[in-house]
Design a protein around this ligand. Sequence first.
Ligand SMILES: [Mn+2]
Length: 326
Amino acid sequence: MPTRDHPGLPGHDVWDQDLFTCPFTFMGIPLSHDLSNSQAAVLGVPFDCGTHPVRIGSRYGPQAIREQSRLIRPYQPPIADFNALERLKAVDCGNVNVVPGVIEESFEHIEEAVWRIADSDTIPLTMGGDGAVTLPQLRALHRKHRDLVVLHIDAHTDTYPGEGDVRARYNTATTFTRAAEEGVVDTANSIHIGPRGTIGSQNVFEHTRDQGYELINGTELYERGFDAVIAHVHERLAGRPVYLCFDMDFFDPSCAPGVCTPTWGGATAREGLTLLQRLAGLNFVAFDVNTVSPPHDVGGMTAFLAGTVMLECMALACRRQQNIAP
Ligand SMILES: [Mn+2]
């Protein structure tokens, strides 16, 4: 039986699905670079050279998420009883061709790949890779949305000063400092949610606020409560073009152990997934789910949860694009 994206082997008219299977894509969606009919596209970013060397491994994230996504089904009654992937005609674009160890060239490739998706009026949904992959994506999205804002959900602010050579300036900890300096995000309307736990230097939260960002740290999140924080986010970000950056270490290591910088005291799977569902209605223009590190994972559980986070992102995109009421 022929399929849209697999024309068949040389000398044969069709892809013979009785004999051959394709490498598994995200939830089995078509592997394609034809974005003409698609409202959303998945893209792997297998780059982890922004990570402290203790926990490298997130370059294997995209394939682990694709593999675990076999466990995820498209319908989620009563919350999202619709097939977002089908409705968006979502495709999997494969991975960015990154250059391990060469930060600048990898960033150029990431920016260009994400730009091609965004420029096709398709919403990119990327899977890292470590948190360093976010900066080139912000550069790409800013080319399209000059008033881009970030909603960053993470155990860390990723807004350290990071002065010095290329490695000191461009890594997982400095993403949003560089984004602020480059002017690719509207910091005055961007929010970090969830930073917590132990960090390596003083005054990191102050430095984040000094860059213009709003910061709701993990302690404040639980003191104010998810309901109040979600209401606040809707109030602040309504109508703006929102880049959602979701670091899997927002979750507690008990449900997401396979991350680059595990930090205790995080969200349960239920809390994190519910938070995402309740962001419905915001104008999301890109989704970035990062930091799954398969060598540190346990039975693929973090990749499985990341795949589920990605389906929630697809549902958010679908509600927005097709006016499905929350
Ligand atoms: Mn983090």
